[in-house]
Design a protein around this ligand. Structure first.
Ligand code: CP3
Length: 455
């Protein structure tokens, strides 16, 4: 449900079964997507005058109110599959770009643009709080365990039919608002032959960890079509199948480097940090290669139909802001810049990153992931205005049962206070022993009780 806030915004019925929201405080005309691939310029003076005749309260005015719920639903489904192609928007765009601060941004990818998940990534109005879970596919689902097979996850990822099915399982079960590709952050390094595996119950392991300049040779550039054709086939199958956006992803240079340098999952990242402190040129050379790999991988996923991407820098919280700025920022910024022209929303995630949130936004994210340690209301003060947030239910509350978990979900929603730039998620991935029925209740609660202010 939309709920009105205090901003000067009117709801306009533009016909064709579509309702649009127009901010009247911005200038003379605004760009409005009326669905069906069309864009119109609305003279807001006229709209405001029309609205003033039917004003119900303060600066927030509504036209065609009774049709709002039905019509916004119609807009959503009409826009589900690729309305608003890039060229249409280009033709009508004014010279200056439409900034997020104004509440509108250039809409370029034409994929699920009207879906609440994409709208929330962009901080635009939408009709329900979108929700998905990191690691929503995987061992917590009995249907996953039933089909996963006995090989490593890298074997499962190399099988597009299996990976497609695994990706779809949580979408069917939970009715989440996005699918995330079933793959892993170490797939590109594995595909170029760096020499690693993913051990069940442990994580990525490297037989000969990265230690010297000679090891750079083991990280040749990624050619996604030749090196990871199975990933792209999975993306294509999913895009053909899904009625929600598909999130593609890559590991950020720091987090992938930490596996290559440590050789196995590490708590303190001692080897990684000593490499960065003791041989800074080699560290930057390593991260530069990993950044190029991430860009190639992300672009190939987007080219094949992913509607958004997430850059996982799960372990960046091991660094101070000064360390992050010097050793990580340039490389993650390169990745974000490397996909910027595609126009798909870019989510940037890490855990224990409370102190890094401003920087993680600044590298070029549209959405900053927040773990459960920082309330969304504080996170919002830490990132630049206009950025959206994703999070941030503590994944362990699921172990206390549905009632406690749903109350905790309500607390997250309350803390966000209806801000449109919010994608509900956990603060980290679903844990393997989580009861899926609890997560199903959380999704229901978010969908039924979450509100989106028009502000
Ligand atoms: O979110 C999703 O559901 C999408 C799929 C996905 C996986 N890994 C599947 C997976 C994604 C986005 C990842 C990213 C990933 N992989 C990260 C960043 C996200 C995070 O969790 O912080 C990291 C650090 C990895 C490295 C990795 N791969 C670890 C730590 C593990 C767990 C090891 C274990 O068995 O406990 C993996 C394996 C892995 N990746 C599994 C899944 C479903 C379990 C594999 C299995 O079923 O054998």
């Amino acid at each position: 449900m939309y709920s009105s806030g205090t901003g000067a915004r009117v709801v306009v019925d533009v016909g064709l079964g579509n309702v649009v929201l127009v901010d009247v405080g911005l200038g003379n005309v605004v760009l409005v997507d009326v669905g069906l691939g069309d864009v119109v310029l609305v003279d807001v003076v006229l709209v405001a005058e029309a609205a003033s005749t039917t004003t119900t309260s303060g600066a927030s005015s509504t036209l065609a109110v009774p049709q709002l719920a039905a019509n916004s639903a119609a807009t959503m489904s009409a826009g589900m599959r690729g309305a608003s192609p890039r060229d249409t928007f280009k033709r009508y765009l004014p010279e200056r770009s439409i900034s997020r601060q104004q509440g509108y941004r250039e809409d370029v990818n034409g994929r699920f643009d009207d879906h609440p998940f994409i709208q929330a990534c962009r901080g635009l109005p939408h009709d329900r709080v979108p929700v998905w879970f990191m690691r929503q596919a995987g061992r917590s689902l009995p249907e996953y365990r039933a089909i996963r097979g006995t090989g490593t996850i890298l074997d499962a990822i190399a099988d597009p039919d299996l990976s497609t099915e695994i990706t779809l399982q949580p979408v069917r079960r939970y009715g989440v608002d996005a699918a995330i590709l079933y793959s892993d952050i170490v797939v590109p390094a594995h595909a170029v032959g760096f020499g690693l595996t993913v051990t069940p119950g442990v994580g990525p392991e490297v037989e000969n960890p990265f230690t010297s300049e000679a090891d750079l040779e083991r990280l040749r550039p990624l050619d996604p079509e030749a090196d990871t054709p199975y990933v792209l086939e999975t993306v294509r199958q999913l895009v053909a199948e899904l009625d929600v956006p598909l999130i593609g992803f890559a590991g950020a240079p720091f987090t992938v480097a930490s596996y290559l340098v440590e050789g196995r999952p590490s708590r303190d990242h001692v080897a990684t940090k000593s490499l960065m402190f003791s041989n800074e040129p080699l560290w930057h050379a390593l991260c530069d290669r990993l950044a190029d790999m991430a860009i190639a991988s992300l672009r190939s996923q987007i080219d094949n139909g992913a509607s958004a991407i997430q850059l996982f820098d799960s372990w960046a919280g091991a660094l101070s802001p000064a360390q992050y700025r010097r050793y990580v920022y340039p490389h993650s910024a390169k990745v974000m810049a490397g996909v910027a022209d595609t126009g798909v929303p870019r989510i940037h995630f890490g855990i224990s990153t409370g102190e890094l949130l401003p920087l993680m936004g600044e590298v070029g994210a549209d959405v900053v992931g927040v773990d459960w340690r920082v309330p969304l209301s504080s996170a919002r003060e830490r990132v630049a205005p206009g950025l959206s947030l994703q999070g941030n239910l503590d994944p362990t509350v699921a172990f206390a049962g549905a009632e406690v978990a749903c109350d905790a979900a309500r607390a997250v929603l309350a803390d966000n206070a209806g801000h449109p730039g919010h994608i509900f998620n956990l603060g980290h991935g679903v844990m393997p022993t989580t009861d899926p029925d609890v997560l199903a209740e959380v999704v229901k609660t978010v969908h039924e009780e979450g509100t989106v202010n028009l502000r």
